[in-house]
Design a protein around this ligand. Structure first.
Ligand SMILES: [Zn+2]
Length: 494
């Protein structure tokens, strides 16, 4: 390309000095290109395999954000497994352990197929084309061979952010921006970053740093991979104490005769609005299996719970507008920090609603509200607004002078999270809560579990006069009641 430019540019050149500067610039580009660090890396980390495979035994520390008691609390797993890796294949058989429990999974990927047996499953996972495409970088957690090869084949270009020490190459794979950072000094891959969208956290960066390089038959491989997930909030580690080079690949899973990718269909929003009383409205989001609440006061609205992502927050705001077109949503409140209650908060911040929160959750809400969403922008990303918070200690009464809603902090009495809030309407003898009651729709009422007993005890302590409990999640799934007579809860405590 620089040569072509040189051939054409003189026709349009007016001065010699400009012509000279273009020439110098082109020559510089050519010299930068003359060193192909990506190919040099491939020659060290993939090329020497020569159609054979690297067999590696690894141990890992894997930490996950699950439905814990407080934000950023991690569930820790230890794992071990075997990986067969080359340019066109990634096969993994592994176990993950936590306490007494052990989970088992198999991944089998090649250039046209991804077979995946998930932890705890008996049948193959229904893999989408996107998952298949993502596997080329997902496998880099253990071995970057296939990813380096993919970058060479795709002729990835050098990025401007390259510096004295590292040359950066970038590709967008499926919806994720993947970068390789190759060391100029020894041509080894220093790290890989992937930037993807998470519906709760927005732009999420994962980093794999490759360390303790060793060699086998001229093939360089990292014996330690340090991983940072969710913008560095969660850290994992993969240690590879032993490798060998093998000629055969195992077939751990059989490809079904009718193998094809599952269609990627985004869940179609389906909404049902129910007027419970003059002041209380419930909005059921069937596509997320949640029921959220809009409380109508004299000249404002309060919304409680917004599941999973900003799109759902917008849907709720839209329905609230239909309920009371001239009343602003003054307050947003969530029962606890789990994604089914906070995931759709950002559009409420964009609308200028004040968020009720326990003191302990404030930093988490600040994180959610300020997290960049550049890959899939929502209203708050496009038009940033400050997060307004009002802290709740023991309780809070929201009223317009006539109608009254009480919010109570029950915290870890919920036996579910440390931040738990419940909502009580004295005039309706109604309690609305997140996910604490698990009474089957059919059959006899079983003895209360810890969460359910926790709610009952907290209600008794507060001396609430309740006839009916309405629960936010789940609505259809798990076969449990969402409208629960208080008598049922009492029965479960006997
Ligand atoms: Zn929960």
């Amino acid at each position: 390309m620089p040569l072509l430019c040189l051939g054409f540019t003189p026709i349009f050149m007016k001065t010699k000095s400009l012509w000279l500067s273009i020439f110098v610039l082109s020559a510089l580009t050519a010299s930068a290109k003359s060193k192909d660090y990506l190919l040099a890396c491939w020659q060290k980390q993939a090329g020497p395999l020569n159609n054979k495979s690297l067999l590696l035994h690894y141990q890992e520390k894997k930490n996950e954000l699950e439905h814990s008691f407080e934000p950023w609390q991690q569930t820790n797993y230890t794992g071990k497994g075997i990986v067969w890796s080359n340019a066109a294949n990634f096969i993994k058989s592994d176990t993950l352990a936590r306490g007494q429990r052990t989970y088992y999974s198999i991944t089998q990927w090649n250039e046209s197929t991804l077979l995946f047996l998930d932890y705890g499953d008996k049948d193959l996972f229904a893999v989408t084309k996107g998952m298949f495409e993502d596997q080329v970088f997902a496998g880099a957690r253990y071995s970057p061979i296939a990813l380096v090869d993919y970058f060479v084949k795709q002729k990835a270009g050098v990025e401007k952010e390259s510096d004295k020490e590292l040359v950066v190459y970038k590709l967008t794979i499926n919806k994720t921006i993947v970068k390789l950072f190759i060391r100029k000094s020894d041509h080894l891959l220093h790290k890989v970053t992937t930037l993807g969208n998470d519906e709760l956290f927005g732009d999420v960066l994962t980093t794999y740093v490759y360390k303790n390089y060793k060699a086998i038959n001229n093939l360089s491989y990292p014996a330690l991979v340090e991983i940072e997930k969710i913008n560095g909030k969660v850290k994992d580690e993969v240690v590879i104490p032993a490798v060998s080079i093998v000629t055969e690949l195992p077939a751990l899973l059989n490809k079904p005769a009718n193998y094809k990718f599952k269609d990627e269909v985004a869940p179609k929003p389906e909404i049902k609005v129910e007027k419970y009383s003059d002041n209380i409205h419930f909005i059921e989001l069937k596509h997320t299996d949640d029921k959220v609440m809009v409380v109508e006061f004299n000249d404002f609205l309060l919304a409680a719970e917004a599941p999973l992502n900003s799109m759902n927050g917008e849907l709720i705001i839209n329905e609230a507008k239909k309920i009371a077109p001239n009343k602003p949503i003054k307050y947003f409140v969530f029962s606890h920090y789990h994604p089914h209650y906070t995931g759709g908060m950002r559009p409420f911040v964009h609308k200028g609603a004040t968020v009720f929160s326990t003191k302990a959750d404030v930093p988490y809400l600040q994180y959610l509200a300020s997290a960049p969403h550049t890959l899939e922008p929502d209203s708050l990303q496009l038009h940033p607004k400050p997060l307004q918070i009002e802290e709740i200690n023991e309780s809070k009464t929201v009223t317009d002078g006539k109608f009254e809603m009480k919010i109570f902090f029950i915290g870890n009495k919920s036996q579910h999270t440390n931040d738990y809030l419940i909502y009580y309407f004295p005039s309706e003898q109604l309690l609305f809560e997140g996910d604490l009651v698990w009474i089957a729709r059919q059959g006899e009422i079983k003895k209360a579990g810890t969460r359910q007993a926790g709610l009952y005890n907290a209600m008794k302590e507060l001396g609430l006069n309740v006839k009916t409990i309405i629960q936010s999640w789940p609505v259809k799934d798990y076969g449990v009641k969402t409208v629960i007579p208080f008598a049922d809860l009492e029965q479960s405590m006997k």
